[in-house]
Ligand binder design. Structure first.
Ligand SMILES: [Zn+2]
Length: 290
């Protein structure tokens, strides 16, 4: 199954609430996923809005994910760590009420610690969060994202290490970030295959993939750019997904948001048409090529 959506309220959507964004994603864009952004401070969402989102998403088969505030440091200590956990919980609680699948979290910083020590601290914090989730009966998955800068914890290997050590935590595979951090390593089919090979021990039944073009230098991401302007191709990735019938959700986090989500959709449908020989395809229907 392939799901496609964007990170946040579509740019072309007039209404600026999450509710508006969700309805627009389904009705106008005809996409089936959205990642709601709680990226600044401690977000407050009324129960009524959360309930609407849950019901609407269920009725219309739209998958919901939530992104917690960008600035969190699970490798921190004292007040910084407390505030980070708080931000994540303030995202996870409404995410749960919305029936979201994942709450996406940025892992944190090495600071003065070694890579190993940082990893240990993040594992400890992630376990703590999982404990609170369990106690509060929060069913949302904690998703830890790969990061595009060297000084930030979050290479693919590092994220896999966290996930292997904390039951229930899943990787959020920011392909643009991986590409930037490895100074543009994702070009050919084998390069993407290596990503999935690394993830294999986690036995994921679903992959949450973030896609964007990215401007980078020396293994550091500068900023996100439209997918077409970047140098990471989509075609080999889509081929792997179709060949292996992977269950994936693409979230466009390019500056063009939904425009690039639709671009991803067109690329997927082009790949399906190539296989069926027909002139029409729907990214939700893979029955003819499996
Ligand atoms: Zn992120």
């Amino acid at each position: 199954m392939i799901r496609i959506g964007q990170a946040g309220i579509p740019l072309s959507c007039k209404g600026r609430t999450n509710k508006d964004g969700l309805v627009y994603t389904k009705k106008i864009l005809d996409l089936n996923a959205i990642e709601i952004q709680f990226v600044r401070g401690l977000y407050v969402m009324e129960d009524e809005e959360a309930q609407f989102i849950k019901d609407y998403a269920k009725e219309n088969d739209v998958e919901i994910h939530v992104h917690a505030p960008y600035y969190t440091n699970l490798a921190g200590s004292g007040e910084e760590l407390e505030l980070s956990l708080e931000k994540i919980l303030y995202s996870a609680r409404p995410a749960d009420k919305m029936g979201a699948k994942t709450v996406v979290v940025h892992p944190g910083f090495y600071g003065e610690h070694t890579q190993k020590k940082t990893s240990k601290k993040i594992i400890k914090s992630a376990k703590k969060l999982q404990g609170i989730f369990k106690k509060e009966k929060i069913k949302v998955k904690l998703g830890i994202e790969t990061m595009g800068k060297q000084k930030v914890f979050g290479s693919l290997d590092e994220i896999i290490e966290i996930c292997s050590n904390v039951k229930g935590v899943i990787p959020v595979i920011g392909l643009g970030h991986i590409h930037a951090r490895t100074n543009g390593s994702l070009k050919k089919r084998e390069d993407f295959e290596e990503v999935f090979a690394k993830l294999k021990p986690l036995r994921l039944k679903h992959y949450l993939l973030h896609l964007t073009g990215v401007l980078y230098e020396n293994g550091n991401e500068y900023y996100h750019i439209p997918i077409k302007k970047g140098d990471m191709p989509l075609a080999p990735l889509i081929e792997i997904i179709l060949d292996n019938n992977l269950n994936v959700t693409f979230i466009s986090e390019s500056p063009l948001l939904e425009h690039d989500a639709v671009y991803i959709r067109l690329q997927v449908e082009k790949a399906i048409m190539k296989r069926t020989g027909k002139e029409e395809a729907d990214y939700r229907d893979l029955s003819e090529i499996l």
